[in-house]
Design a protein around this ligand. Structure first.
Ligand code: NAP
Length: 287
């Protein structure tokens, strides 16, 4: 029986058990995937005794992603660049590896939603709102995907400037107050702030200056249709929600722990949508 986990604090809200439970059942695998609530002071002991507790690996979420990157034996180059780990697994020598699958998860969802040529269609230019942990992963993903110009705007400008070091030739910081002027040259607008999330404030941004070919992506997925995505659709722009990123980031971990490469299917997405918005509203959720 292979055992995996998601560790965080708090963790009751995590939808990862729903995703991995779906795949375990789909593939008839006699494995488990459990939520584990571990406070920060107990996290090092938890991570360093995974083998003793019979775990093959697992997911790491808030607030442990940065701590995990310091505790594992090895980091993938991507996790090293991002400075945060969301997936851990053992290699054949028993060494604990940390990876970050948020970046490829976000890109996989864009590729699937927009088609393989979206980078060219959007002129290779992205504007990222926010500069927290998720923004760092997304900027790394956009760089890997080949975007030529990525501007980052954040309420606290210093955090946006810290992301410029990822690639000073292609990443630039932008003042939050200058957003209206930045929109006309934007092909892809990504919200990585917590604005728009249930219980948080709304993101107040007039999308009128965006080109008609632009796409708006939001990584917030509760609610599934954020006010930003609703405004993008109302303007006739392509809109990509945050649920796909959550689904696609889960794929590499499952493959590592359970040895099967799972698919992100419409049926899986419907299960998650039903859990977020309720079964009746599920069919309206969009991309
Ligand atoms: P984080 O590290 O705490 O960063 C939060 C970001 O939001 C910062 O840039 C912060 O700006 C900004 N922000 C917060 N309140 C704001 C306000 N009132 N006005 C303007 N900006 C504000 O969080 P995170 O881990 O990056 O996560 C951010 C969001 O992404 C969360 O909603 C999370 O649920 C979502 N997420 C989704 C996925 C997915 O799979 N779809 C994965 C990861 C995260 P300052 O720097 O100025 O504080």
């Amino acid at each position: 029986m292979t055992k995996a986990f998601v560790v965080g604090h708090p963790i009751a809200h995590s939808r990862s058990p729903l995703i991995h439970g779906h795949w375990l059942a789909e593939h008839g695998i006699a494995g488990t995937y459990a939520r584990v609530d571990v406070a920060p002071d107990a996290f090092p002991d938890f991570l360093l005794t995974l083998r003793e507790h019979g775990f093959a690996g697992g997911n790491v979420t808030i607030p442990h992603k940065e701590a995990a990157s310091r505790l594992v034996d090895e980091l993938t180059p991507r996790a090293e660049k991002i400075g945060a780990v969301n997936t851990v697994f053992f290699d054949t020598h028993g060494r604990l590896w940390g990876d970050n699958t948020d970046a490829p998860g976000f890109i996989a969802h864009l590729d699937r939603s927009l088609g393989a040529d979206w980078v060219e269609r959007m002129g290779g230019a992205a504007l990222v709102l926010g500069a927290g942990g998720a923004a760092r992963a997304i900027v790394v993903g956009l760089l890997e995907r080949g975007l030529s110009r990525i501007r980052v705007a954040n309420r606290t400008r210093a955090r946006a400037e810290a992301l410029v070091a990822l690639d000073p030739e292609r990443v630039a910081a932008c003042d939050w107050a200058d957003l209206p002027a930045a929109l006309p040259g934007t092909g892809l607008l990504v919200n990585t702030t917590s604005l728009g999330m249930a219980g948080h404030g709304a993101l107040d941004l007039d999308l009128t200056p965006l080109p008609a070919t632009a796409c708006v992506a939001d990584i917030v997925y509760v609610p599934l249709e954020t006010p930003l995505l609703a405004a993008a659709r109302a303007r006739g722009l392509a809109a990509v929600d945050g649920l796909g990123m959550l689904l696609h980031q889960a794929v590499p971990g499952f493959a590592r722990w359970f040895g099967v490469h799972p698919a992100v299917t419409a049926a899986l997405r419907e299960r998650l949508v039903a859990d977020i918005v309720g079964p009746k509203a599920g069919s309206k959720a969009g991309s």
